[in-house]
Write a protein that binds this ligand. Structure first.
Ligand SMILES: Cc1ncc(COP(=O)(O)O)c(C=O)c1O
Length: 438
């Protein structure tokens, strides 16, 4: 085959406007702590912890060292009918951070795989307990659950669904909880909207509880623009699921490992699901890995209740990969030793004040926050939705700040090691640039 001259041509980039990117590439060459280095040698302050994942900051020495050491000792070991100690150690460490009773851990390689794994476990559990008619899965509008067929089926983002046919059958969606009329510029959890959980009762009445296996929601929706759960909402979902025998799954791919000021959103917000999906911060993103924490009841029903032999016909070649497990253990050590979850809780008041100082700036129609997360929503440019925020994203990057945009919403989720001076720099820069953008 003839080689092309353009070195950027071969890589079909994920979730990227490929043609536009390749005309104006933004390339990263290194990273340390709070900063990326761009290929033209500039320091870029990381306002998004990569993609909501580098919670302890970049290239942290203990994690790098753990990966290096393990790569030289056990590059790979299967976990099908064999195993190695690091996978067991990490599972125990993760279990200890989960809400009471969610102490059985299945390893995957990504958030998407965690979601599909959680949905499959919920189906297997319902069948194992003699409720095999429960096959329906309920998601939520504006939910993001990765890109597997299960995840996009329960997900609620039209662009992620419409290119891919009919998806899974038997899926329904709760309404999303975002409401600017009632909740614009709320600090933390909004007071309005808890009643929207009652929509689950409507769905149960429509289909019959005996057909519904599981409900999956992000306790705080990140990817569709930082949607904060209204007070009482998750509690009501919990109560309705319990009453109707429905498995409640929290997708904590971005919220687990400190983002909201505790190990899980479930712990911080005081609502325990039956299953929690994780990825990202599990290894500080240094090696891809995901995990699913499952309640003892669900685990035991599937594993203890079945006949001899393999109990769950599911798993990945790289489930519990030694390098990922080593990175995971080192990351959890670092989170603990540096008190990063507590630090997040302590900093979140300063963060809240800083991000809400953007109220009143040009184009800003909402600011919302929880833990070390913020969503800053801009008024869409007439006839060109998303363009204004995308221009701001480019200007931020060109002046040394990485933010994330979805539609006209800027999402911030910095590494949890950031200092107040970084917050001032981030919010100051956004405040200046948003005044200038048309
Ligand atoms: C809530 C949630 N679930 C699932 C995923 C998918 O994770 P991955 O990209 O690792 O497959 C993401 C990614 O951002 C996410 O935010």
């Amino acid at each position: 085959m003839k080689l092309e001259n353009d070195p950027l041509a071969a890589f079909w980039m994920p979730f990227t406007a490929n043609r536009a990117f390749k005309d104006h590439p933004r390339l990263l060459s290194a990273a340390k702590d709070m900063h990326y280095t761009s290929s033209d040698g500039r320091q870029i302050l990381d306002g998004t912890a990569g993609l909501w994942c580098v919670n302890a900051g970049h290239c942290r020495a203990p994690i790098v060292e753990a990966i290096r050491k393990t790569a030289g000792e056990l590059d790979f070991g299967p976990t099908f009918q064999l195993a190695h100690p690091l996978a067991f150690e990490l599972a125990s460490r993760v279990a200890a951070l989960m809400p009471e009773g969610l102490d059985r851990i299945f390893f995957t390689n990504s958030g998407s795989e965690s979601v599909d794994t959680a949905l499959k476990i919920a189906l297997a559990y319902q069948r194992a307990r003699g409720e095999g008619t429960r096959t329906r899965l309920i998601g939520r509008e504006r939910g993001y659950h990765g890109v597997g067929f299960g995840g996009i089926s329960v997900g609620g983002i039209v662009n992620n669904r419409r290119q891919f046919g009919t998806l899974l059958a038997g899926v329904d969606h709760l309404p999303h909880t975002h409401n600017m009329e009632h909740n614009a510029f709320t600090r933390g959890q909004p007071a309005w909207g808890g009643h929207l959980a009652e929509e689950l009762e409507r769905i149960v009445a429509l289909h019959g509880a005996e057909t519904i296996a599981a409900v999956i929601v992000e306790p705080m929706a990140g990817s569709t623009g930082v949607l904060i759960p209204p007070l009482g909402y998750l509690e009501r979902l919990r109560e309705i699921c319990t009453r109707h025998g429905i498995v409640l799954i929290f997708d904590e791919v971005i919220t687990a490992f400190g983002r909201l000021g505790g190990a899980t959103a479930a712990g911080v917000l005081g609502v325990s699901p039956d299953v929690i999906t994780m990825a990202k911060g599990l290894t500080n993103a240094a090696v891809p890995m995901g995990a699913v924490a499952v309640s003892r009841t669900i685990h035991d029903t599937v594993v203890e209740g079945g006949p001899d032999g393999i109990e769950l016909f599911h798993g990945y070649t790289y489930s519990g990969h030694p390098l990922a497990a080593a990175a995971g253990i080192a990351s959890l050590d670092l989170y603990r030793d540096e008190g990063l979850f507590e630090r997040t809780a302590d900093l979140s008041g300063y963060w809240e004040d800083a991000v809400h100082s953007l109220q009143g700036k040009r184009h800003v129609i909402d600011v919302r926050n929880l833990g070390l997360v913020a969503g800053i929503e801009l008024e869409p440019r007439p006839g060109a939705p998303g363009k204004r925020a995308m221009e701001l994203f480019h200007q931020c990057f060109d002046t040394g700040l990485l933010v994330r945009v979805t539609g006209d919403i800027i999402a911030l989720s910095p590494p949890l090691i950031l200092e107040k001076a970084h917050i001032d720099e981030m919010i100051g820069r956004i405040g200046e640039l948003v005044e200038g953008v048309e």
